[in-house]
Design a protein around this ligand. Structure first.
Ligand SMILES: Cc1cc2nc3c(=O)[nH]c(=O)nc-3n(C[C@H](O)[C@H](O)[C@H](O)COP(=O)(O)OP(=O)(O)OC[C@H]3O[C@@H](n4cnc5c(N)ncnc54)[C@H](O)[C@@H]3O)c2cc1C
Length: 395
């Protein structure tokens, strides 16, 4: 697939126009946008971050984020689902965590057959896996492999997934610290089923249903990696950067769509017998603030993505830039969509306009890692608890 980053962005913009037409229906019905994913597959987007050696486009992180923003401006659910799939390949090609044989199979599956892959880590009782808790889903060793049992929540793309990477506590004979393994599970493995639980405020088209595993018996080599509870997640900084900035880029896309709607409305709206609303100081101030919030978000995301891509050693550390970009973008974009609704006024509440959907969708990223409290704690720890580099300040 030989397209320039600019061509990918332009193509994403074209697809997003069609996605935007379908988005109200999927939002209303809470249905999965299969047609969007079929178009993404046909245009090569499912292999956007797959390494070239396996036939993918191997887009660098900064360009990938521009594509996500374009798609999210059309339909945030589709863009979020795609991001959950693509993050696997982008991060894995930079920092391998799974056996190459399986990675090659997932890559070829995405390139040649349009396979979708996602991580199934969250559970009802566990909450966010980023908290370091131990899954209730468990894996017991048998002679030929494993027996997996458990239930995952929030499994985005569930209606269309080919494979999931499922975290599970490994049952051990000795009483050491618990061990958590990540297992490759195919959706047609006997004992795997989807329970349609996803009926949410926002991102209603992501199909983030429950994944249930009942006596699933994958062979031994489907254990991709393992770690002791409390040890760092093997996915490391690459997954953190790709995932967190992907969420931020999707969020910016939603806020940009809201901005465009508000600007178009303000340019045209002339209430009977009054001045055009674009002349009203309150409207002008709000539009100006939206511009500022969007530019600030993009600048932070771009900075963090470049820092990651170039392996910058300039302070602040890349992981902190990523955390700052994610937290700031979420808050800024939520504010921007709120302001857009105030500009448009009462009709912004109507279902026949897209703003109320943007208002719901823009919030979802708050609940994807890194969560605000943990991100802020990361920054505080660096500033307050780690040894300080000399500042050169004169006492
Ligand atoms: C649209 C969408 C799609 C998703 N897709 C997927 C997916 O495909 N696969 C998947 O595995 N998951 C997915 N998730 C789940 C997501 O990653 C989180 O696991 C989920 O939202 C639960 O997070 P939580 O913060 O509410 O969890 P909890 O851990 O239950 O947290 C509850 C509250 O406590 C706070 N809290 C908990 N622990 C701490 C702590 N140590 N320090 C500070 N505060 C803390 C949290 O900030 C939060 O306010 C998705 C979520 C959404 C919204």
């Amino acid at each position: 697939m030989t397209r320039t980053p600019e061509e990918w962005v332009a193509l994403a913009r074209e697809l997003a126009r069609r996605f935007a037409e379908r988005a109200p229906r999927h939002d209303r019905e809470g249905s999965f946008p299969f047609e969007n994913f079929e178009e993404l597959r046909a245009a090569g987007f499912l292999a956007l971050t797959v390494p070239r050696r396996y036939g993918g486009a191997e887009l660098p992180l900064p360009d990938y984020l521009r594509v996500l923003e374009e798609l999210a401006a059309g339909d945030a659910s589709t863009a979020l689902g795609l991001a959950m799939h693509l993050v696997r390949f982008g991060a894995e090609r930079e920092a391998p965590t799974i056996p190459e044989r399986w990675f090659a199979q997932l890559c070829r599956g995405a390139v040649e057959h349009g396979w979708l892959v996602n991580t199934a880590a969250t559970e009802e009782g566990l909450g966010s896996p980023a908290g370091g808790g131990i899954p209730e889903t468990h894996a017991a060793a048998t002679e030929g492999g494993w027996v997996l049992n458990g239930r995952k929540t929030f499994t985005t793309l569930a209606p269309a997934l080919r494979a999931a990477i499922v975290s599970a506590r490994i049952a051990l004979a000795d009483p050491g610290p618990p061990v958590i393994g990540n297992f490759l599970v195919f959706l047609d493995d006997p004992g795997v089923r989807i329970v349609e639980t996803w009926d949410s405020l926002g991102m209603r088209g992501t199909g983030s249903h429950d994944l249930v595993l009942e006596d699933v018996v994958p062979p031994r080599d489907r254990l991709l990696n393992q770690r002791s509870a409390g040890a760092p997640d093997p996915r490391g900084e690459a997954a953190f950067a790709w995932f967190a900035l992907g969420i931020a880029a999707v969020t910016i896309g939603v806020a940009r769509a809201a901005r465009d709607e508000a600007v178009a409305f303000a340019r045209e709206r002339v209430p009977l017998g009054q001045r055009p609303i674009r002349e009203m100081p309150g409207v002008r101030a709000r539009i100006a603030r939206i511009e500022l919030l969007l530019h600030r978000s993009r600048t932070l995301v771009c900075d963090a993505a470049r820092a990651w891509h170039t392996r910058s050693t300039e302070p602040p550390p890349v992981a902190d830039r990523v955390a700052m970009a994610k937290v700031e973008t979420l808050n800024a974009c939520i504010e921007a969509v709120d302001l857009a609704m105030r500009v448009v006024g009462g009709v912004s509440l109507l279902k026949r306009r897209p703003l109320e959907r943007y208002y719901r969708d823009v919030r979802a990223g708050l609940h994807n890692p890194p969560l605000e409290d943990r991100a802020l704690e990361q920054l505080a720890r660096r500033a307050l608890d780690e040894p300080q580099a000399p500042t050169g300040a004169v006492e």
